[in-house]
Design a protein around this ligand. Sequence first.
Ligand code: ZN
Length: 67
Amino acid sequence: MNGLEHKDGERCIVCENVKEKGYHILSAFICNECDKDIIQTETDDQAYMFFVKQLRKIMTKQNISYS
Ligand SMILES: [Zn+2]
């Protein structure tokens, strides 16, 4: 329980691939590559809207299935 079990990575909510490197926003995981995309994306860009949609989807899913 000291983090060593995390070698296989986690599933990114944006690209939905399992990646080793990234960070958590709320309880969702975002890989470094998608993070870069988001930072370089204008807020009215479609990619940003896609990201927000994915994030909302995850949050909604967790709210429903966590009971
Ligand atoms: Zn990703």
